[in-house]
Design a protein around this ligand. Structure first.
Ligand code: GLA
Length: 731
């Protein structure tokens, strides 16, 4: 099939476009998704890419295409119905009340609501002409950030319930010569491992069927390059992610024109959803941004959007902390903790975070084999309760935060003994555990109350609690709900109702405790998505805190999530010196998981100064623009740079990633980005380990032009394996 026209204009067969067809342009400041009805009133996508300056010209797009075969007008449907005229992967499929399996969707109307000068919402109503099933498509655009947020609502007025078999959030259509998918896989401690695939004919699926800890093997996040592979600074690229904390499915289907259909949403696997008349089924949002200037720009747009519109308190403050997980594991008591509080203060962090192991009495939580679910302080370890710890921490001069995993239960617990009916399990099959535990059934409102209560009790008893780490360590085996069974609700609702139950709990919590910072953790990064991040201030990308591994993980994660939300901790996971560990952790929300008393005097002095540096730089790191200068996947080192929005402050991080004899001397300078060419900047090496000399002492001043056209050399080598450079405007 001959591909006409430039990139991204999409087909509609000439004969199907009438003079009266409706054209709906959905635009951001740079881009547009343009829809048009055909003669039968089906709505298709005719353009996705750069917007046109004169929107009246959108009506000319279809005429420019000459696809003339039976597939014309089928592939590009804005929401492909199943069971009638389209034979490709549907976005929408229904079993009607009378047993019929066919669906069609015709355009009915649309409206545009300008919410403010940046945000606008286009709502489109489609209807099945035979059954009246109504599908509303919502496209919310964030003009300046070039972000699209898309979701769907489905309802009907049949005599009795219908069954939804497919109910995508988004169904998009792209035209290009080639498509390259950059996606992720992994496992515990191996999160965000990237993989590149040139898409070929057929369907490539990214999905999860793991339930609770849905992202353990794959996150609902990807990058799609058009025509050729994009780079940081060039190429056409879309970043996409589904805002849903459960099973997801994304189908990338290449059609017979070699164009690409994308269907993204909740995974319909084992999840047929029964919908009563007039009830509304709302899908989660699919969020995407598109740039023709490479991945860097796309990711900066995503960051701006996420900070402003999605992550809780995204433009606010964060607390540095000392966590005791790797320092003590389950082995601690009041005295030991009080000692650690002092360490936190000495180090100079804002808060102490008490991790797992503080609760349960009949089956004490002394390992991950028992006690989960019994949220009473363990009397032996904490005879004076959490209240005492909060007081002691306050006395020591730090805030106090706590770990919970309220969605889960160990079979060895009082909760399990009392409430077997709250546990997700197949009553007639042997239980199967993941980390010796099982998820509670959050489709059950009583369980929702219980989970809410765990947090509410903690806050009620300890109003000074400053932070929550919310964990979720098991996947969902044997997905069966006693609650749904008792209430004659189909089991196929469980995966969806679980996530909805979780969101209800989080909504309630946020109504009462709107600002308390909460970390989203799931045995590392098993649950990181913009559905949950509405309620959380930050997330834990991985339990793997080896700084070398982190450089790669953080690199990938940074495409989708801004640094302010990513918790990076300095731990003893690796034997690499504390400077390297600290420098890597600084590119996010910094924390520690070490025993401060075990640091030698130089390490302590270094860490105290590093925290002070971080305090000066955090605004730039959290709210500034990120430029990825040197890619560690392609080089023997990594360089990244943050620049504040005023272009007055910047910080550059450099890490040697391959340390081979005589191979790692950096011969050429690294070009900076994002500065103002006509401003002058001083260059100063910071986070210098006691006893070593900085190469840049803050005396040398360069123009922004020089720094961006020629660059600076961080002079990485075996002795200088990580180098942090502060760049400040000079007047
Ligand atoms: C998970 C988390 C860790 C820690 C442990 C506690 O693995 O990712 O950070 O909190 O649970 O059991």
């Amino acid at each position: 099939m001959k591909k006409l026209l430039s990139f991204f204009c999409i087909l509609v067969l000439n004969k199907m476009v009438s003079a009266q067809s409706t054209i709906i342009p959905i635009e951001t400041s740079e881009n547009a998704l343009v829809l048009q009805t055909d003669q039968e009133n089906h709505l298709g996508i005719i353009h996705f890419g750069k917007k046109l300056n004169h929107s009246f010209e959108y009506s000319q797009i279809s005429k420019a295409f000459d696809y003339q075969d039976n597939n014309s007008g089928i592939y590009h449907s804005v929401y492909t119905p199943g069971g009638t005229w389209s034979l490709v992967e549907p976005a929408f499929q229904v079993l009607h009340a009378d047993g019929n399996t066919s669906s069609d969707l015709m355009y009915v109307s649309h409206q545009v609501q300008q919410k403010n000068e940046n945000v606008s919402l286009t709502t489109i109503i489609l209807k099945d002409p035979v059954y009246g099933t109504e599908v509303s498509l919502f496209f919310q655009t964030f003009a300046k950030e070039n972000v699209f947020e898309q979701w769907t609502e489905i309802k009907h007025q049949e005599k009795s319930s219908i069954q939804l078999k497919k109910y995508a959030s988004a169904n998009l259509y792209f035209v290009a010569k080639d498509f390259y998918l950059h996606h992720y896989h992994g496992s515990w401690a191996k999160e965000m491992m990237p993989e590149d695939t040139r898409l070929t004919a057929g369907i490539k699926t990214l999905d999860s069927k793991l339930g609770t800890r849905a992202n353990l093997y794959q996150p609902p996040t990807f990058m799609l390059s058009f025509d050729k592979q994009s780079s940081e600074e060039s190429g056409k690229v879309l970043l996409g992610t589904l805002a849903w904390s459960g099973n997801f499915k994304m189908d990338f289907e290449k059609d017979s024109y070699n164009n690409l259909r994308l269907i993204a949403g909740i995974n319909p696997f084992a999840s047929e959803y029964t919908l009563a008349p007039n009830e509304i089924f709302k899908t989660p949002s699919f969020i995407y941004t598109y740039s023709e200037n490479g991945r860097g720009e796309a990711s900066r747009n995503m960051h701006d959007w996420a900070r402003k519109y999605r992550i809780l308190d995204g433009e606010g403050n964060r607390l540095t902390l000392l966590n005791n997980w790797e320092a003590t594991y389950f082995d601690f008591d009041e005295q030991k903790l009080a000692g650690l509080f002092k360490g936190a203060k000495e180090l100079g962090v804002d808060m102490f975070l008490l991790d797992d192991g503080w609760f349960a009495n009949k089956y004490p939580r002394n390992s991950d084999r028992a006690g989960l679910g019994d949220w009473q302080e363990n009397k032996k370890k904490l005879p004076n309760g959490i209240g005492y710890l909060v007081k002691e921490a306050t006395k020591a001069g730090v805030k106090f935060g706590i770990w919970v995993e309220p969605e889960m239960v160990n079979p060895k617990s009082e909760l399990y003994e009392k409430h077997l009916d709250w546990v997700i399990r197949e009553p007639n099959r042997p239980e199967k555990y993941f980390r010796n535990q099982l998820p509670l059934d959050l489709s059950n409102p009583e369980v929702q109350d219980f989970v809410y209560g765990v947090l509410d009790n903690l806050f009620t008893k300890n109003p000074e609690l400053a932070f929550i780490k919310w964990d979720c360590n098991a996947v969902t085996y044997n997905a069966h709900s006693i609650y749904l069974e008792k209430n004659k609700i189909p089991q196929s609702h469980l995966y969806i109702d679980y996530v909805r139950g979780l969101y209800k709990v989080l909504e309630r919590l946020r109504a009462k405790y709107p600002k308390v910072p909460m970390m989203l953790c799931s045995g590392g990064g098993g649950r990181v998505d913009y559905g949950a991040l509405k309620y959380f201030t930050e997330f834990w990308v991985s339990d793997n805190t080896d700084p070398l591994e982190r450089i790669y993980m953080q690199w990938e994660s940074s495409y989708y999530f801004p640094s302010i939300a990513e918790c990076n901790h300095i731990t003893d996971w690796s034997k690499v010196g504390i400077k390297y560990r600290t420098d890597v952790a600084m590119m996010g929300k910094m924390g520690y998981d070490i025993v401060v008393a075990q640091l030698n005097p130089q390490e302590l002095e270094f860490s105290q100064k590093a925290l002070k540096n971080y305090d000066k730089l955090k605004e730039t790191i959290w709210q500034g623009d990120l430029f990825r200068l040197v890619n560690p996947f392609e080089n023997k080192f990594a360089s990244l740079q943050y620049v504040n929005k005023q272009q007055t402050k910047s910080v550059m991080f450099n890490y040697l990633t391959i340390d081979r004899y005589d191979m790692n001397t950096l011969l050429e300078p690294v070009k900076l980005e994002g500065l103002n060419p006509s401003k002058k900047y001083s260059i100063k090496e910071i986070n210098v380990f006691p006893g070593t000399k900085p190469i840049y002492d803050g005396e040398s001043v360069y123009s922004g032009e020089f720094l961006m056209k020629i660059g600076i050399n961080p002079k990485l080598n075996h002795q200088r394996s990580s180098v942090v450079i502060e760049i400040n405007e000079q007047n």
